[in-house]
Write a protein that binds this ligand. Structure first.
Ligand SMILES: Nc1nc2c(ncn2[C@@H]2O[C@H](COP(=O)(O)OP(=O)(O)OP(=O)(O)O)[C@@H](O)[C@H]2O)c(=O)[nH]1
Ligand SMILES: [Mg+2]
Length: 596
């Protein structure tokens, strides 16, 4: 049996750590909640260090784990739902509050429910002494374990020591009905979520879509207009209390914020609201994790998730969220995310190396393509704008498309025939979104290099979307982050078959100084015009050549006619004088006959 003292033990004296480790050896009477000896060790170390301490014990009176931090912060490998969510775990948690108060906090209740503990006990300690104790347990409703609790205390330690624990557990277990037979098909757990923003209410429409994509059902929306987020709680403190009550009454398991939260904000909120807090970045990363299919995609998502998670690990947030699974805890392909710091660091190194190899391989592929081939045109745009549908319509590719966010995570490239015997390579890639997590952009660099190295970008816009101007701006922001804001771009207004706000569309067109075209990937409207524009805009790849070709190289004349544009062609005594524009890839063959 391991004797690890879990949680953040930094700053504890060796003697204290030894004492804590020693707790593992102390057996107690199994009918007692905790022995005086263990409680005293906890009280002394907790109050002298002003840190919470936690001990988990099983029903035989054995110490299952000891940790620094509260119930949720401590690694709970042994404790997590080992007997399923419809039964009690057979473990109790006793922890200290160095504030002296034995009152249980929202986070204590959340841990009690999430881990289905037998009981949760808080010891209020001060000056090395136990001041009071409070105890809570789950109170089944209709035979099910729900977030309803029974409370006992505050009481003295003597009262706690005499508490009829076995009878209480028996009572609870007697009133739990065995769960109804569950259907064998694997149904995804739907979580009820409250959405929160400090910007306009309309930003929550998109957050609701994201939540839905990730497998949560939004049950309420909370808006608080603020210029700047509160440093401690992101929203105002009064609003936090309101939210905590609201959450309880709705029975929501999750609160989702439409912004990135700092580790401190996430921790404070979790404490105050007593449920899992997920921010926009975690949500998007979670969707990517569920969607990643290819090896490369999976590597990239995992890397982004771990980089985001690492600085947040000290927060109890992540620990709490790890207890029950759900959004923010999933890695690519149904696996759980690693939560051990050292392992994370090692895994980040492994992933970075693996991705560097992918990147080199792709670079080589691109190099090969360049040597033989045509200009590369990349489809970029907001998620769900219709990029993949457009690729399919233009090239008869069979890329997956769907009315959902982030349908595409991988790159697909197809040949596209253009008027005038020209050909380009058209690449579809991952869609962008407002506030696309920085870590994700960084991790997806290998995939997005297709965009970085493209000769022309087609920025696909959903013309029927009310927020089209914001969506264009968001895409531009990501392009800037990739350093390609100055790349030649055509705005492609797609879904023109849908009702469109023409006034808005005209305004948008006026504010961008680039070429644009209106199309419908569904009906085919405007696709010929789009191809024409692509042809014109990749023509700069062609160079105007002047030279004299010998009569035994009429094959080169034929090549110019077939692949380029011939401006003049004069047959003289010494050869054929030509002026033509032709793609880069043919220059080498023509070089010996060119005038410089
Ligand atoms: N009405 C209409 N719907 C379209 C058109 N083009 C695409 N759609 C629909 O828009 C939805 C999104 O299309 P996708 O091609 O998957 O969009 P995407 O830009 O590739 O999205 P991501 O891969 O998620 O970034 C699908 O339901 C398409 O059927 C169009 O021209 N008209
Ligand atoms: Mg797509």
């Amino acid at each position: 049996m391991t004797k690890t003292v879990y949680g953040n033990t930094r700053g504890l004296k060796k003697v204290d750590l030894d004492l804590l480790q020693g707790i593992y050896e102390l057996a107690i009477d199994k009918n007692m909640i905790i022995s005086l000896e263990i409680a005293q060790i906890m009280a002394v170390i907790s109050s002298s260090n002003q840190r919470e301490l936690v001990v988990f014990m099983d029903r035989q009176g054995r110490v299952a784990s000891v940790g620094v931090g509260d119930a949720a912060t401590v690694q709970l490998k042994a404790q997590s739902r080992r007997r399923g969510e419809h039964r009690l775990a057979g473990l109790r948690c006793i922890h200290t509050h160095p504030s002296g108060s034995g009152q249980l906090s929202a986070v204590d209740y959340a841990a009690l429910y999430d881990m289905r503990l037998d009981v949760m006990v808080a010891l209020g300690v001060q000056d090395g002494k136990i001041k009071e104790a409070c105890l809570a347990c789950l109170e089944p409703r209709d035979g099910q374990l729900t977030q309803n609790f029974q409370n006992f205390g505050p009481m003295s330690f003597a009262q706690l020591a005499a508490f009829p624990l076995t009878a209480l557990i028996q009572d609870i277990e007697d009133s739990i009905k065995p769960p109804a037979a569950v259907s064998t098909s694997k149904t995804r757990q739907i979580e009820k979520a409250i959405l929160v923003t400090i910007a306009g209410e309309d930003t929550l429409d998109e957050l609701a879509l994201l939540a839905d994509t990730a497998g949560a059902t939004p049950v309420a929306r909370v808006t608080q207009h603020r210029k700047k987020p509160d440093t401690a709680f992101f929203i105002g403190r009064g609003k936090v209390e309101e939210l905590a009550l609201h959450r309880q009454s709705l029975g929501a398991e999750l609160v989702i914020f439409d912004d990135e939260l700092t580790p401190t904000q996430a921790r404070n909120l979790e404490h105050a609201i007593g449920c899992r807090i997920v921010d926009r970045t975690t949500l998007i990363l979670d969707i990517f994790a569920q969607r990643a299919r290819t090896k490369e995609g999976k590597l990239q998502v995992e890397l982004a998730q771990l980089r985001y998670l690492l600085p947040r690990l000290t927060g109890l947030g992540t620990a709490l969220s790890r207890l029950g699974g759900g959004i923010g805890t999933r890695g690519p392909g149904e696996t759980k995310l690693e939560t051990d710091r050292r392992h994370i660091r090692r895994r980040i190194d492994e992933l970075t190396n693996a991705l560097e190899q992918v990147r080199r391989h792709r670079q080589q592929q691109r190099q090969n393509r360049r040597e033989s081939a045509s200009p590369v045109v990349a489809l970029v745009g907001y998620t769900n704008a219709g990029k993949s549908t457009l690729l399919n319509a233009l090239t008869q590719a069979q890329v997956y498309t769907a009315n959902q966010l982030f349908a595409t995570l991988d790159t697909t490239t197809r040949r596209l025939q253009l008027p005038g015997n020209r050909e380009v390579l058209l690449t579809d890639t991952v869609g962008f979104i407002r506030k696309l997590p920085h870590h994700l952009v960084k991790a997806f660099r290998a995939t997005l290099e297709e965009v970085i190295e493209a000769d022309l970008l087609l920025h696909v816009v959903d013309a029927s979307h009310a927020g089209l101007a914001e969506q264009i701006a968001a895409v531009e922001a990501v392009l800037k982050e990739l350093g390609v804001q100055d790349k030649h771009t055509i705005l492609v207004f797609n879904k023109i078959d849908q009702p469109v706000n023409h006034q808005l569309l005209e305004q948008v067109k006026l504010s961008y100084h680039c070429q644009f075209v209106e199309v419908s990937a569904h009906t085919g409207t405007g696709l010929e015009q789009l191809k024409e524009l692509i042809a014109q805009n990749t023509l700069h790849q062609q160079r105007l050549l002047k030279g004299r070709l010998p009569y035994d190289r009429t094959d080169l004349v034929a090549l110019l006619h077939q692949h380029g544009k011939v401006y003049s062609e004069k047959y003289g005594p010494e050869g054929i004088q030509v002026e033509a524009a032709v793609d880069e890839c043919y220059w080498a063959a023509l070089a010996p006959y060119l005038k410089t």
